[in-house]
Structures are given as structure tokens and as C-alpha cells.
Design a protein around this ligand. Structure first.
Ligand code: PBG
Length: 323
């Protein structure tokens, strides 16, 4: 036999030599949930092993992550119900939990890249990513709030803002506001192709941020479509995005690949809450080897074309990769 593909799989060293994909901690962005208070660390029931942490607890967990080689974290604040309103006013407060947390991290760990989320939902009494009027999610009215939100995050020290709201024109609006205020070096990671997905369930539990009425289908993309995403890619590139995200991850590997093939920008994938909770649930039942399935899942996102991978399991995975 001339051709024996198995020769290239013969030993661990050969397999390492021919491996096309090499997952490293430097690919990860570690999303963290922040809460008010001190010494608070609460497990999220639908995401075992993932916590909401007060700022001091976040500062405490970062050295290990940095030591493992993680370069970036993404912050998601849990906002008290009393601070939510229809205009998401709290999102633009320079002294809000999110902004305070960014400042504290930048002071203690100046090199770590802090990514902040730009969307109204955690602060909105309607639980939507944009301004709501008469049951409609208004696009252009939301851009003003999103731009101001991104600006206060940059002022607090965020080196990258990630707009997860899916309003039209938000990348350009944010870029202009940042530039006008001297933040031309702050990166914009656009949630470019974000689907209206049921896999966000545990995240909405974590932040108590589910929509109070309806769903997000008038702004997030329809899971039946992929080519529609080509238009989003073109627009986000033209509007000045630095990184393009596809979200969720595993159910949309085809879309990650399409994005990598159609854009020269780095592609990010978000291994979202529901994807991780499936693994956790199966593992708790003894039905899956969690460690192996986790690494396989994250490797698949990279193989499909993602360079950055947002994952709640960044620390766990980094430890496994070290072995
Ligand atoms: C909010 C936002 C969501 C996620 C990230 N940013 C939820 C949503 O759009 O409803 C989901 C992340 C996850 O499920 O892990 N704009």
C-alpha cells in the first residue's frame, strides 16, 4: 500500500508535528461576572463552577489566570434591579460597578486586556439590548446610549470594547465617539454575527437579564441563515471593527469558517453559557469526560477559524493544556 494515512498518527510526537491546530491559553478571553459587595463569590446554578464575584474576589482570581498565560478577560456586571431603567442610565455612570471594576483591574494588573461589554440588556428594565418604545426596539436612539457606554468604559481603562447588541451602525457610532475623545487606540470587537440563540439561557440567569417581553429576534440573527452574515461582516469592516465575533460557537462552526474565509480581521468565537452547561451537566451525570470534551470543543472553534475564544472555562482549559 502506497498510502497509509495512519503513518502520520503513529505516535504522540508525530501527531504533534503534523497537528494543524494548536490551542493555547493566549487564545482565550475569560468572561467574568461581577457583583456588588465584598468577599462575595456565588456559584451560578445553571453553570456549575462559574461564579459571580465581587471586585475584590475578581482581583484575587486574576494572578492564577495571568500566570497560566491568559491575556484577556471580559466583564459582565450583574446590575441591581433598582438601578435598571428604560434608558440603561447606569451603564454610562463612571462610578458604576462595571467601570469601578475595570479601574481596579487596570490598577493592579496593567497588562491584562480588559474587554467590556457594550449592550443595554443588563441595565435595561426591559431586558433588551436597545431602547424600547411601544414594544419596539429602537435602533438609532440606542446608538447614543451605546456610544456613551463605550466611552465611559474606555475612560475607566478598558482597552477593548465588545458590542454585543446587534444594533445597525453601532460600530461606526462607537468608533467615532471613541476617536473624538482621544481613544483611537481602544479596540472594537464586534459581535458581528450573533444569533438569536437559546444557548444564552444560563448567562441570562447569571445576570437576571432575560427580556421582560418578547425575544431578541428583531436584532439578533436567525439561526437558519449564514449568508446574511456576509453583509454583517462587510458592514462591520467598513465601520472600523478590529475583531469580528461569531456567537454561539459550536452550533455555528460553518459560520466561523465562512467569516474567517471572507475577512482578514481576526475572528473570535464565543463558547457560550449553554454550550458549557451542557458539558457540565453531562459530566456531573458521569456521561462525558468533561476535560477531554472541553478541549475538543475549544479546539474545534479554533480549527474552524477562530483565533480568539471567549470561554468561561479559560482557566480550567489552560490548566489542562499545561499538562
Ligand atoms: C448581552 C449578551 C448576551 C451574551 C453576551 N452578551 C446575552 C444575550 O444576548 O441575550 C450571552 C453570553 C452567553 O450565553 O454566554 N448582550
Amino acid at each position: 500500500m502506497l498510502n497509509r494515512p495512519r503513518r502520520n498518527r503513529n505516535s504522540p510526537f508525530i501527531r504533534d508535528l503534523v497537528a494543524e491546530t494548536n490551542l493555547t491559553p493566549q487564545d482565550f478571553v475569560w468572561p467574568l461576572f461581577v457583583i456588588e459587595g465584598e468577599s462575595r463569590k456565588e456559584e451560578i446554578s445553571s453553570l456549575p463552577g462559574v461564579y459571580r464575584r465581587s471586585i475584590d474576589q475578581i482581583l484575587e482570581c486574576l494572578p492564577e489566570a495571568i500566570d497560566l498565560g491568559i491575556r484577556a478577560i471580559a466583564l459582565f456586571p450583574a446590575v441591581d434591579e433598582s438601578k435598571k431603567d428604560s434608558m440603561a442610565t447606569e451603564s454610562c455612570n463612571p462610578d458604576a460597578l462595571n467601570q469601578r471594576c475595570v479601574r481596579a483591574i487596570r490598577e493592579s494588573y496593567p497588562e491584562l486586556i480588559v474587554v467590556t461589554d457594550v449592550a443595554m440588556d443588563p441595565y435595561s428594565s426591559d431586558g433588551h439590548d436597545g431602547v424600547v418604545r411601544d414594544g419596539k426596539i429602537l435602533n438609532d436612539e440606542s446608538l447614543e446610549v451605546l456610544s456613551q457606554m463605550a466611552l465611559t468604559q474606555a475612560q475607566a481603562g478598558a482597552q477593548m470594547v465588545a458590542c454585543s447588541d446587534m444594533m445597525d451602525g453601532r460600530v461606526q457610532a462607537i468608533r467615532e465617539t471613541l476617536d473624538q475623545n482621544g481613544f483611537e487606540d481602544v479596540l472594537i470587537c464586534s459581535y458581528c454575527i450573533k444569533y438569536a440563540s437559546a444557548f444564552y439561557g444560563p448567562f441570562r440567569d447569571a445576570l437576571d437579564s432575560a427580556p421582560k417581553f418578547g425575544d431578541k429576534k428583531t436584532y439578533q440573527m436567525d439561526p437558519r441563515n449564514s449568508f446574511e452574515g456576509l453583509r454583517e461582516i462587510q458592514l462591520d469592516e467598513a465601520e472600523g471593527a478590529d475583531i469580528l465575533m461569531v456567537k454561539p460557537g459550536l452550533p455555528y462552526l460553518d459560520v466561523i469558517k465562512m467569516t474567517a474565509e471572507h475577512s482578514n480581521l481576526p475572528v473570535a468565537a464565543y463558547h457560550v453559557s449553554g454550550e458549557l452547561s451542557m458539558l457540565k451537566a453531562a459530566a456531573l451525570n458521569g456521561w462525558l469526560d468533561y476535560d477531554a470534551c472541553l478541549i475538543e470543543s475549544l479546539t474545534s472553534l479554533k480549527r474552524a477559524g477562530a483565533k480568539l475564544i471567549f470561554t468561561y472555562a479559560a482557566v480550567e482549559a489552560s490548566k489542562l493544556l499545561r499538562k
